[in-house]
Design a protein. Structure first.
Length: 132
């Protein structure tokens, strides 16, 4: 019998967006160049296994654009990795409020809420991710 955490990880893998698809929110939201640059620097830092630097860059991206859902979602995922599920839940909830079709952010939100023992909210986010 899979544990709830394994089930959510399975959902994350199965709900990755199809290559080339973009949500309506991301199509219409204009992201400032500084925010895009900071997000790319954060991704590079993550590849180099520098989570502290990545977090600083993500926060810089969000200072440049508070509604940058990609940065919110990535910061939420990073907070999950850093064992900060409450903060992860807050960032992922913000991202999914703005972009309710982001299946990966919804699946990660489900995982954050599961780690907080918020089981009904975790289930709701997981179900929503499957429909996104």
């Amino acid at each position: 019998v899979p544990t709830p955490t394994r089930l959510v990880f399975s959902l994350v893998r199965q709900t990755a967006p199809i290559a080339g698809t973009v949500s309506p929110y991301r199509l219409t939201h204009k992201v400032p160049r500084a925010a895009r640059r900071a997000l790319e620097q954060a991704r590079s830092a993550l590849v180099e296994k520098k989570p502290g630097e990545a977090e600083l860059r993500l926060r810089a991206a969000l200072r440049a654009d508070a509604e940058y859902t990609e940065a919110q979602s990535l910061l939420g995922a990073l907070c999950l990795d850093l064992q900060r599920p409450q903060e992860a839940s807050e960032w992922l909830a913000r991202a999914t409020e703005l972009d309710p079709q982001d299946a990966v952010a919804l699946a990660n939100l489900s995982l954050a809420r599961l780690r907080l023992d918020e089981l009904p909210a975790a289930e709701a986010a997981a179900r929503q991710s499957l429909q996104a």
